[in-house]
Design a protein around this ligand. Sequence first.
Ligand SMILES: CC(C)(COP(=O)(O)OP(=O)(O)OC[C@H]1O[C@@H](n2cnc3c(N)ncnc32)[C@H](O)[C@@H]1OP(=O)(O)O)[C@@H](O)C(=O)NCCC(=O)NCCS
Length: 167
Amino acid sequence: MTEPLELRRLTYSDLPQVIAIERRAFPTAWSLAMFVLELSKPSGVCLAALRGGRIVGYLICSKYDTVWHIMNVAVDPDLRRQRVATSLLDELLRRIGDPQARYTLEVRPSNTGAIELYERYGFRSAGRRRRYYQDNGEDALIMWRTPATLEGRLDDVPAAGPVQPTA
Ligand SMILES: CC(C)(COP(=O)(O)OP(=O)(O)OC[C@H]1O[C@@H](n2cnc3c(N)ncnc32)[C@H](O)[C@@H]1OP(=O)(O)O)[C@@H](O)C(=O)NCCC(=O)NCCS
């Protein structure tokens, strides 16, 4: 039987397991220092998903001004399509617990699986950052989830947000 998924705050001692997933998940992986920086931010929400005591996914979200930036989400490549990312996003929304909250993220247009996941959560595309990803020069799609996007509008979404490192 599959072990149940446990969700909790990500800690520094989780980072070796996180880095191992990160390196398999992204062409340009975050460094240990980037994770340490995010974990050190008091306003951030950094979550771990565990199965059988082992990290199987994580999510990093930071607040800049009034906006929540989803900076990084990844799931162990061997355990995808089992709702781990869905559980992490559900937990993020539950912990922030504010129906008026605005969320943003950047994603590669070629990452159709992630885009489909975000669209299921009411994220909508609102512009691009040209040649954002340095490894292949791909643009970033900027997505927002706001009270307006949840009603099919984009009128509370800024034209372009501040540039941050991205998932
Ligand atoms: C994107 C990612 C986090 C999704 O994690 P996951 O745990 O497999 O996602 P879930 O099982 O919760 O998927 C929920 C839904 O999202 C969509 N989805 C997720 N991955 C998908 C894929 N590869 N192809 C198509 N749809 C996908 C589907 O609608 C899926 O529902 P379904 O399985 O019932 O069809 C994972 O593929 C990953 O770690 N990718 C590499 C890192 C990355 O790209 N992160 C996002 C950067 S912005």
